[in-house]
Design a protein around this ligand. Sequence first.
Ligand code: NAP
Length: 513
Amino acid sequence: MALLAAVSSNPVPNRVLPEHLPRLCVPVAAAQAGEMIALAERAARSNSFLEFRLDHLSQPAAGLPKLREFLAARPELIALATCRKKQSGGYFRGSVEAECAILAKAAQAGCQWVDLSLESAERAGMAALKQLRARASLMISYHDYGATRHLAAVERRLRSLPADIYKGVWQAKRLEDNVKVLRWGADLPAPRVAFCMGEAGQPSRILALQAGSPFTYAAAMEGAETAEGQFDVAALQRIYRIEEINRATRVYGVTGHPVAHSLSPLMLNTAFRRASVNAVYVPLPARHAEEALALAAELPLGGFSITLPYKTALLRALDGVDALARQVGAINTVVRSAGKFYGYNTDVAGILGPLENRTALERKKVLVLGAGGAARAAVFGLRSRGADVHICNRTPARARQLARAAGAKTILRRELAKTDFDILVHATPVGLFPKVRQSPLATEEIRAGIVFDLVYNPLETELLRRARQRGAQVITGLEMFVAQGAEQFEIWTGKPAPRQEMYHAVLSELQSR
Ligand code: NAP
């Protein structure tokens, strides 16, 4: 440890206790020191806790004077220095001694925290760790970029080393890995930061704070992620309300595959915030439907939304299913009550609500285009209100089957240009982004007073544009999306949903995309 000893003595920097650390740590990584500092300048405008990934620098030691200058001008910042060796998943090619020496110099440059990998800490030995801890608070970290495995062994190894925070990060392959990692390390002698990498591990990046991690990592901005599955600061603060998550926070989520681009987290978290409900709604990307249910049993989950392709798969696995959802043959909402899981279909309310805001449905003549999941919700819902429903589908046999089951009628495409309806409900993906020029019907086939397109991306579909030209009253798919989400909110919380706020949150996101 000659290099470490060679670092001139330095007053111990101000200690920041783990419990006083900000909840988000933003990594800053660049090959050149000037670039790293420029990134840090930008990140520091909205974040007070930065991790300097010195191992990304082509010459880590040479970057330290710039770091010192930067931190001296910003005493309010909390800086964590990392110079991770290649075999621990970083870019540093020097020895463990050199790694420790750089971290000691980083402490001297103003970093209050340093991160040393478990492998390096074991090699460095107790005396070196003691010297490092005299200069800065020490986090000893373990990363497994391949899988979630050997958790107990890692805990044993960490336990024998002195640190101010322990960190364990594993690559998640499936949702249940989140549960293992969130439970990991609770008995370690210092606080632990534990979460999973990868898309399947995303829930743990948020729920880590609920499980006791003092902080979680976030990219400074979209596109600046340093690890797979990392959220950016804006998403964690504005959507997931990371500052407010605590042990009492109820957890909800959306499961399906894929769910990464779902707008449900934005919509439901907006609703929780507006209605002052201590809850968070996270993506739960499942490989199969039962995986979501197994996770729900393990996590303090209050309920979850189900999106494609699992809306039918869970019907039989639940303790109870609402009668209308059973008729429709699909569920999109699960609620947990006294340890049991119950299923609902709020797509029905998502279709009936916007229509009933405009007209009574009894005896109305309605054309439903499509015979898939959304069409089934429309047909059974409309029939339950006494509407006269006609189904037209690309595959006529499916239309006939649905009509038989729901007491509806079928109509052939060639008859549409000469048949009038009160309402038209479009329930196929035609016109969905990116094929936004497509319309399921020619203009002369649109013969209804109200046209409801369930597609909501784009907001104004080609079908709605044509319907408007024909003088019809139009309803966008966004209204359905918000109405089905609002119904979920009400099932879960028993409170009236803040529909306006939910609508505007999703609308502005869609408009900005
Ligand atoms: P689905 O179960 O896969 O059903 C798709 C239906 O569309 C089937 O009837 C299918 O006909 C028909 N279809 C597919 N491609 C077609 C094409 N090129 N031309 C004519 N018909 C075609 O899907 P889903 O869950 O019902 O969803 C349908 C659409 O509803 C989605 O794309 C989505 O935009 C919208 N939706 C919106 C919300 C919301 O909240 N706003 C919620 C759910 C769904 P075949 O029987 O011949 O295959």
